[in-house]
Design a protein around this ligand. Structure first.
Ligand SMILES: [Cu+2]
Length: 152
């Protein structure tokens, strides 16, 4: 009866191998947490990925009108100007200027308990360039940020 445990071990090893496959590394869950924080607040995108997917999970309880979270990616040097223009654009545009070409990827604005994903081509990223993601909700935009780089 050592047969079954061995099969179980093989299944576990195979599951581990599947998790390490390129497809599995090309996506990440990011939590938008109470206290205006992203978790994680730093992402390294594997250069072997063709596309990369961020799934944002709003772990709070407030509505999106009260304390919404989104995930918006720009080059780090663009972030403050994108933020200012976004706040001018107002709530009806989820605090992002329509057609802003500096925005590399974004999810919709979420309320508590909601989830949304965005997938973007990794060819949009350059090695050695610093990227910042942020939440464009006005009271969050300055502090609720994280950084992202392409794996060197
Ligand atoms: Cu937010």
């Amino acid at each position: 009866m050592t047969f079954r445990p061995m099969l179980t071990l093989a299944a576990l090893l195979m599951a581990g191998a599947a998790h390490a496959a390129p497809g599995a590394e090309c996506a990440i869950d990011v939590e938008g947490r109470p206290g205006k924080q992203f978790g994680p607040d730093h992402i390294v995108v594997p250069k072997t990925c063709q596309d990369f997917t961020v799934r944002l999970i709003h772990t709070g309880k407030n509505s999106k009108e009260k304390a919404g979270h989104n995930w918006v990616l720009t080059r780090s040097e663009d972030i403050d100007a994108v933020m200012v223009d976004g706040i001018k654009a107002g709530a009806e545009h989820e605090f992002l200027a329509p057609g802003d070409g500096r925005i590399l990827a974004k999810t919709p604005m979420l309320g508590g308990g909601e989830t949304a994903s965005v997938t973007f081509p990794v060819s949009r990223l350059r090695a050695g360039q610093s990227y910042t993601y942020y939440c464009s909700f006005p009271a969050h935009a300055q502090h609720m940020r994280g950084t992202l780089v392409l794996q060197p």
